[in-house]
Design a protein around this ligand. Sequence first.
Ligand code: NAD
Length: 477
Amino acid sequence: MHDIVVVGGGPGGYATAFRAAARGLDVALVEADKVGGTCLHRGCIPSKAVLHVAEVLEEVHRADVMGLRVTYDGLDGDALSGFREGVITRMFKGLDFLVSKRTTRHHGRGRLVTGDGGRVEVEVTGEDGEITRVQGRHVVIATGSYARSLPGVEIDGEVVQTSDQALWFTEAPRRAVIIGAGAIGMEFASMWRPMGSEVTVVEALERVLPLEDVDCSAAVAKAYGQRGIEVLTSARVQSVERDGDSGRVVVEVQGEVRTLEADRVLVATGRGPNTADLGADELGILDERGFVATDDWGATKVDGVWAVGDVRPTLALAHAAFAEGFAVADRIADVDGAQPVDHTQTPRVTYCHPEVASVGLTEAQARERFGDDAVAVETSSLRHNAKGILTGTEGFVKVVHRTGGAPTGAPGGGGGPVVGVHIVGPHATDLIAEATLATTWEAVPSELAAITHAHPSLYEAMGEAFQSAAGLPFHGA
Ligand code: NAD
């Protein structure tokens, strides 16, 4: 009898297991494949490896501006694969070692069943069909998600693909149509464009990255336009068909019907939960969309059964899954002061070019929640920032804060707590670190303005935005 049986060895599952082990609990981990999940094997890690290649290539394309005579001779597909797969292998080896050290491993497909005495147990079917029962005081579902297609659109894997197949390219497509301008769609556009692909992104809503602040969406759409990526918003996909080696996507864009031809069609319209044949339906713990329904902690309505990660209807992000895993393990270990995850403080990061990162409320959400008069906004442009200029990317840091507080310049004065920060530009996904502290700690601009920021640096743009918000503009208005 283990303390916890975790089903699924992706970020949610192994974060739960590692935190539980650190709390002195005995953990079993059930995984049918290699540990690491979508993130390591077909998501975050390989995509970031290829995005890094694309970023280097962007620099090569503007090398002459910096006085470098560089000629680009095209992609070496084998070397690209070696690099991409090498990063995965290295990360996998480390993770696999830690899982072996910290958990009892069961290789096979887990299914929740009700055992003697009504306790939920995990039935594990191995590759050879052998069935083992694994018992624990608690069971944590961490089975992740799959790439969803659109109704009526068949993913053939060659021409019409999801990210599961598209990531493994050794040659960039000549012409690509990407359906969906969320994180996956925008990242693939940034990968392929510098490699010479003609790219069209088709988005149903009125802007790219629709969950981000409108200013971020507008800045990225503008940057994409300048780099020759066609972006069609408010576009309705009528059909997707394969014809030999090419695909045909028919879209209606503001009343006009267009037919887009491509040798690669990427469907990037979201992910669905892996809850089929898991036994969760029989336990009555799924919501109407098939996600595992839980409270804020991750507890289902069945005693001792929990869920973390993409299988829950929260943010489908690896670091959100980590946070949910830590919280569930701490709760089970009955740690004093443990807290459920507050996802308003979970940073959102998109590794497109330029990068986008944000935490907390968008300007529109803040105005809706607190009222127009109770919200103020400061934006610091990277156009005037030395590192921004030399890296050749435009962008900004936008700080959303509440008004009120003591008079400007006084400690705690010049504006109320920072409730959201939105960044577009190079290394935005790293720069969000300071912003996350600011929003999580409900810091006020004058406290943040008092922190010395290194010069020259990209993150001094954030310092300048805080200074302006505190009523103490430095270079800014
Ligand atoms: P998403 O939900 O982020 O974006 C899907 C987009 O497709 C949305 O903008 C939606 O409006 C659009 N869409 C839906 N139906 C459409 C249609 N018929 N025609 C045109 N557009 C349509 O999903 P995703 O980009 O597939 O990513 C899946 C999940 O993985 C997301 O939760 C995402 O946050 C996560 N992810 C995160 C990262 C990251 O953090 N960098 C990277 C990749 C994926």
